[in-house]
Structures are given as C-alpha cells and as structure tokens.
Design a protein around this ligand. Structure first.
Ligand code: BYC
Length: 329
C-alpha cells in the first residue's frame, strides 16, 4: 500500500444529512467558505489529514534544499551563487512556516521530524533525483518550483486558516524561484551548443518526475474525494497536472527545447495538450524508498539533525536558565 490512509471512520463520503450534528455544522461552515481556525472544533480525521499533508509539505521543503545545496559551491558566477543561496534559504523558511502551521493542530515538531527520519512520513518524490549539472538548477526552478506554484496557489484558499495563510507568502517566494530557474535555462540556450545540450538533457531528466509531483492519477488518488469535500484540495491531481503541461510546453518552445514526450500534441477540441502515459511503476518505486537518491537524502537529513542536537540543547538550557532567574526589580 502506497498511502497511509487516514481513517475517516466511513467507507465512503457522507452527505450532509448523514453527518452527526457537530460534523454537519462543521461541513456547512466549510461549504460557506468560512476558514477553520486551530481552536475551532474539527473532526479528528480532518485534523489527521491536515497533519499528514502539511507535515509532508514541510518535509518536502527542507529535503528540497538538498539537491540544490549540491550546486552552491559550483555555481558559475558570484551572482548565480547568491541567488541560489537565497532560494535555498527561502525553502528553509517555507519549512518553518509549514511546521508552525502543523503545530497548531496539536503535534510537536519533534514528532514530525521523527516521522520523517524514521521513514514513516513522506516527502515529495521529486527530491529523490540527482542534480548532475548546473542546468538542473534551471530545470528545478522552472519545472519543480513552477509545478509547486500550480499546486499551491489553490491552497491559499483552502479551508484551514494557518495553512492557507502560510501558502500566500510561500507562493510569492516560489514565483521568484521559478523565474530564476527559467533565467538559468534562457542563459544556457543562448550559450554554446554544449550549454544548449546541457539544458535539453536537464529537461529530459526532470520532465516526467515533475509531472509525478502532482500525485497519482485521479482514479488512484485515495485521499482526493474526502480532501475535496473538506476543501483541503480545490482541484484534482490530474487537473493540476494538465495545467502544468499547458503552461510549460509554450515556455519550452520559447527556449527552443523539446519536451521528451512523443505523444505530446495540442488537442484543438479539448483546448489542452494531450500527453503520454506516466510511468507509474517508477513513481511507486520512489515512494517505496527506491528512487536514485532516497537513502542519501534521508541519511543527510538525519546527520544534520544529529549534528545540530548540541545547539538545540544549549538553546533550551539557556531558556531554562533565564526562566529560573528572579525577575529584575
Ligand atoms: N511524492 O491520495 P493522494 C516544493 C502520496 S515542495 C510523494 O493523491 P493527496 C519545493 C500521498 O501523500 C512540494 N508522495 O494524496 C521545495 C499519499 O500517501 P499518504 C511539495 C506522494 O495528499 C523545495 C499517496 O501518495 N508540495 O515545491 O490527496 C524546492 C496517495 O496520493 C506524491 C506539497 O506537499 C509525491 N509527488 O495528494 C523546490 C503540496 N504524490 O500521505 C520546490 C501539498 C502523492 O496517504 N500537498 N503522494 O501516505 C498536496 O497538494 C497533496 O498532498 C498531493 C497528494 C497533491 C501531493
């Protein structure tokens, strides 16, 4: 089984009439577009679903720093290095907003990090691929952050207040990230034949994993129906994936690059691009921990956490000391 399956206590979605009174007024508030705040009553399954999604999102942000961190020391110019550093630092900030949002649901950051480090919690599949050349910094910003924006703009309107508010700031920063990625790609395609080839190779390697970021196809997405009823999800995985393809293909054409999909073509009738079948066996393999970099990513995270333990302990000891001091008269 590739999903944790939060127990909602029901085998299928229930209509308003079938819900017990408390849940019914909760659902009515959601249907009326009223935000749910931490102190409001909420069904346990709603709380667990949010902890699952927000914490996975937070983990993705901090694990997402690692593939790009690989290129800080090898960025081609001082300016590119400063931009990349700023972007990676933003990702840490996104992780912090998101862990804080998850903590409002009654879980501690330590518990969430334990779940990540023990392999129980997921993070986005995309960060289990290696960054082989500088062009990968371009492809990640353009395709990965580009996909993240498409997924996260609707989350600014999701039903849980702290998550929706965190997303507003995250999305503003993501748009700078996507632009810096596209700018790297533009510089490469305007360069030498070798640089153009490097850009094409990065697109070839990141295209399909970027499409997988949106999750399984709607027919296999076990969490979607309930999350849509609770307005945690406002669009389906396939709808957002289609939006990504429609938006990105013209950008690839502008770069003079070829999207690595022989089945890609504009469908006049649908008003969308048709595209080829995703290799779902690869997606499931990565989710099971067998992607090219899963083990390395987790090892690096755990080591960083252990290396920082003395510092966190010192902060707590200092805070305890201050708290124990009699207040100055
Ligand atoms: N990777 O029923 P489904 C970033 C799991 S950070 C791994 O459709 P749901 C960035 C899913 O969790 C980007 N697992 O689930 C950072 C579920 O398993 P569990 C991160 C995936 O939740 C740094 C199972 O498959 N963005 O952009 O309704 C640098 C069934 O799926 C993936 C977010 O986290 C995947 N790709 O929908 C640069 C956004 N896809 O949990 C960039 C917030 C699915 O039951 N999250 N799974 O064990 C979401 O919008 C939703 O959680 C998803 C999945 C659309 C991802």
């Amino acid at each position: 089984m590739y999903a944790q399956l939060v127990d909602t206590g029901a085998q299928r979605l229930r209509t308003l009439e079938e819900l017990p009174p408390e849940e019914r007024s909760f659902q009515e508030r959601i249907d009326a577009g009223i935000k749910i705040e931490p102190k409001d009553w909420m069904p346990e399954a709603y709380r667990k679903t949010l902890v699952r999604q927000i914490s996975q999102h937070a983990h993705s942000e901090i694990v997402g720093q690692l593939p790009e961190g690989n290129w800080v020391t090898r960025a081609p110019t001082l300016k590119r290095k400063a931009i990349l550093l700023a972007k990676i630092q933003d990702e840490a900030g996104h992780g912090l907003y998101l862990y804080s949002a998850a903590e409002t649901l009654g879980v501690s950051r330590d518990e969430l990090l334990d779940a990540l480090h023990s392999g129980k919690a997921k993070y986005s599949s995309i960060f289990n691929y290696p960054t082989l050349t500088w062009a990968d910094m371009g492809a990640i910003g353009w395709l990965v952050d580009g996909s993240a924006i498409i997924n996260q703009i609707p989350l600014c309107r999701c039903s849980y207040g702290p998550y929706s508010r965190a997303m507003i700031r995250v999305c503003k920063e993501e748009s700078f990230h996507a632009r810096q990625g596209y700018d790297i790609m533009l510089a490469l395609v305007r360069g030498s034949a070798e640089q153009r080839q490097m850009a094409q190779d990065a697109l070839n390697r990141w295209w399909w994993p970027a499409l997988m970021m949106f999750g399984p196809s709607d027919s296999d997405s076990v969490n979607s129906a309930q999350s849509a009823q609770w307005r945690i999800k406002l669009h389906s995985n396939d709808e957002l994936r289609q939006r990504m393809v429609d938006q990105t293909v013209p950008q690839a054409e502008h770069l003079g690059l070829t999207v690595p999909d022989p089945d890609l073509r504009w469908n006049e009738e649908r008003g969308h691009y048709d595209f080829g079948e995703i290799d779902w066996s690869e997606f499931h393999d990565v989710l099971k921990g067998n992607g090219p970099c899963n083990r390395e990513r987790l090892r690096t995270r755990v080591r960083a956490y252990e290396d920082g333990r003395w510092f966190r302990d010192a902060l707590v000891a200092h805070a305890d000391k201050l708290a124990a001091q009699p207040e100055a008269a």
